[in-house]
Design a protein. Sequence first.
Length: 379
Amino acid sequence: MELSEEGKKGAATRKKPNYSPRDQLAFDVLAEFGVATSHAITDIMGEEQAEALVRNEVHNAMLAMILNIKNRMALEGQYSLSPGYVENWPTYIIGLDQKVEITSIGFRWLATSCPWFRATYALCYKSGQYSKTVAEILAPDYTASNPKRLSRGDDTCLIIFAKKGVDPDQVLNAPCICEPLPPPLDLEEMALWNHSYMGNMWALLLKSMLAEIGPEITMNALESKFKEIGRGFAKRFNEEYKISADDLGSVVDGLNSFHSSFLKKGWHKGTSDGFSIATEECPYSGEPPEVCQLFQCFYDGLLEEINSELVMSVSTMMTKGDKTCNWTLRKKNEARKEESKEEAPLDDPVKLLTLMYVRDEITEEEFRKKLTVLKELKL
């Protein structure tokens, strides 16, 4: 299936928004989260089962998004054109090289780039589902199909809206009568939409996995992948934030700025060896706590490459019902001292003994002997 030469000449490709390099870095990290999660769920369940598993989550997410877009764009009174406008909205914001063309018998959408082109169909299934939901809500007299996908090796992603009873091939060759303009948003608002969409896509896959196969298998499959993502972004991260491994201040400032790009409301303060961030509003606050744990894995991998003497960790999480999320960056030896104070007070000898064993301060034999003594003493 290809566009006619006439259609190709008349098509104006929408170029991606000119996001700042730091915004783009955050978006690319989230895209990699989605790619990794899609491969994990597909490796465990197979492509067909993975697609079936995420179907409900995707449909609900798309339904909410389309209604939100419809309200934001004030599309009332534009019924005949609204599906084309809504189809154009998220793809323009995400930053695809894409075009949407309206004909007298349907619509056609093509994209030649996608941040998830290496994902499995468990994730890119959203494109077809999005279009079907658009038709369901805004154009019930149309059918939507997704015959081409970059993630399956095709040269484009292609979605066709055709009036019921019309062959989709006819829509591909029909003259374009209208090209929906990009949504009237400033760059800051587009960045917020992009961040929300990118984050939502990997989170819904994660929720599907947790519900179906449980947290233990899910996290075993994902933790190493997210550490690898962190390691993979280290060079780009260093270049963007001008980080030097010998300059602790540059590491602190870079991680503080990067982490803040994921937050909406909160405060932060510097410490003698790092920083502390309290988040009062976060786009992931309603998601499962595994979201925060996977961000932790990402930071673990990133810091392994940037400065292995530092650790970034979360102590309270809104995903667990806490009022705020609290992240800290500090030197490992300082973090261990704090853990010892908080987790293993001297009046809790079993916890103290366990920490000593975990930190390789005593051997397994010494641990077991001392633990036996403590049990005999009923401590």
